[in-house]
Design a protein around this ligand. Structure first.
Ligand code: DX5
Ligand code: ZN
Length: 218
């Protein structure tokens, strides 16, 4: 089953309300909120993304899929708890050790929010295996985090395949989310390899008709 999580990263402030309405009508499954702190990645979208997520909550019932590309994970989780996101995903590369990772997982779950762990393109997928029993989602970055509108890095497709094999072998129920450079050309391959949740930014936001593009992706 293909679910689409539309990234609002590339939406201009003056267009955001119209875009949220249009994406609601187009039946995006999630709104993907790309939180960047200017430290984990050089872009800083903290204020803008909190504003966008707040607007989504006011306008739509479609769930929030929050992607934290930040160093201080707990501090940024706090900003979003009151918005009751469906899921919060953090980067394993921003954590010091296993203890911190388990602590963050518990903290998110304690707030009745689903937990995802994300890996950058150069991070081995094996690094998250030991956390799979405790989380709901793995977000495999198919571009270097920090920017929208980049091209998908083909090598990352192998990580989707590897993870799918591992979770099937070990009977683990978990979502595989892919993020970055996803479009109608590569979505099928990624689904065949095992991804079921697709973050799409510019390929939807820059398209003529959101509903048409989302249906085409599905
Ligand atoms: C990049 C973000 C992605 C990005 C996706 O750091 O995590 O969610 O906004 O946008 P596109 O689909 O344009 O690559
Ligand atoms: Zn993202």
């Amino acid at each position: 089953m293909v679910e689409i999580s539309t990234s609002l990263l590339s939406v201009k402030k003056e267009d955001i309300v119209k875009v949220i309405y249009n994406l609601e009508v187009a039946h995006t499954d999630y709104f993907h909120i790309d939180v960047m702190d200017g430290k984990f990645v050089k872009n800083d979208t903290k204020e803008l993304m909190l504003h966008y997520a707040t607007l989504v909550k006011q306008i739509s019932n479609i769930p929030l899929d929050v992607h934290l590309m930040v160093e201080n994970i707990k501090e940024n989780i706090e900003d979003y708890i009151s918005l009751e996101p469906n899921m919060i995903t953090f980067h394993i590369e921003a954590c010091k050790n296993e203890e911190e990772i388990l602590e963050i997982i518990d903290y998110i779950k304690k707030n009745n929010i689903k937990v995802g762990i994300s890996v950058k393109p150069n991070t081995k997928i094996e690094e998250i295996y030991k956390y799979l029993p405790y989380i709901h989602n793995v977000l495999i970055m198919t571009v270097e985090p920090g920017l929208g509108g980049q091209k998908l890095i083909p090598e990352t497709i192998l990580k989707v395949e590897e993870l799918k094999k591992y979770i099937d072998k070990n009977n683990i129920e978990i979502d595989i989310e892919v993020d970055g450079g996803i479009n109608v050309e590569n979505v099928k391959t990624l689904e065949e390899k095992g991804a079921n949740l697709f973050v799409v930014g510019t390929a939807i936001i820059n398209s003529e008709d959101y509903k048409d593009t989302i249906n085409h992706l599905k």
